[in-house]
Design a protein around this ligand. Sequence first.
Ligand code: AMP
Ligand code: MN
Ligand code: MN
Ligand code: MN
Length: 289
Amino acid sequence: MNLHALTNADLHCHSTVSDGACEPEQLAARARAGGVELWALTDHDEVGGVARARAAARAEGLAFLSGVEISVSFAGQVVHIVGLGFDEHDAQLREGLAATRGGREPRAREMAAGLAAVGIRGAYEGALKFVGNPELISRTHFARWLVEAGHCRDVPEVFRRFLTEGKPGFVPHRWASLSDALRWIHGAGGVAVIAHPARYRFTANEELALLTDFKGHGGQAVEVVTGSHSEQDAARFTEVALEFGLLASRGSDFHAPGESRTELGALPHLSGRLSPVWLALQDRVQFPS
Ligand code: AMP
Ligand code: MN
Ligand code: MN
Ligand code: MN
């Protein structure tokens, strides 16, 4: 396989190991059905699914990169940093991710208390029914339960009414620092990517600080084409990538059938003016035999 000729890379999605609804093997099959040539599983703050994903990629004939999506606190918001092509056995990375996961359980209990205060009882136990990995209880699991319990029509409505800043189930949380997340990824031999940059609500100065600090800590890439980006978002971050000398990534951020807007592989291509991040990861790619 020639990575230069490759166009359908999908380097962002979630399994039951974090807040996705499919097992890694099911995702690999969906990726192949969606025409994906190069695939990475990027569970939140967890690399527990990478070995299964790699084996499934081999079975499906997909090229594969290890992946993770680390939750970072920056300028009062949560920024997601995707790591690609690292050694998932690296001790410092694993310890850092474990520490990042550690805050989720007490946060989830506080979220449930906030929901109980507005009359929604049993949310912690309810969310747990949707959790595949007990260390990774996330807002998504609360959202799925709130829909099932009839409090909202769909997951986006739950986020709007209950799980975002200022709403009853929202609990401010301190995640990893940007410098730690990049140190863990780089220490394990990987490349760091700013995930879905158009989703953040930064001022121009804060966005510039993120890009500058990210580059200052050795960050190399930005996600230009992703499930939550409009055509305009992709166009804007194409220019940002070129201006800041960043490599470009592409990934659906697929979570669940019927819930995610974008299927694995069903994304616009990266502009030919960009340097795809996978070309910098050639020696880290597992090629199909
Ligand atoms: P957490 O890491 O527990 O804060 O949960 C964050 C996850 O919630 C993200 O990775 C998305 O999967 C999901 N999410 C965040 N905002 C929204 C939204 N507005 N609508 C649907 N899902 C969302
Ligand atoms: Mn998620
Ligand atoms: Mn994300
Ligand atoms: Mn994601």
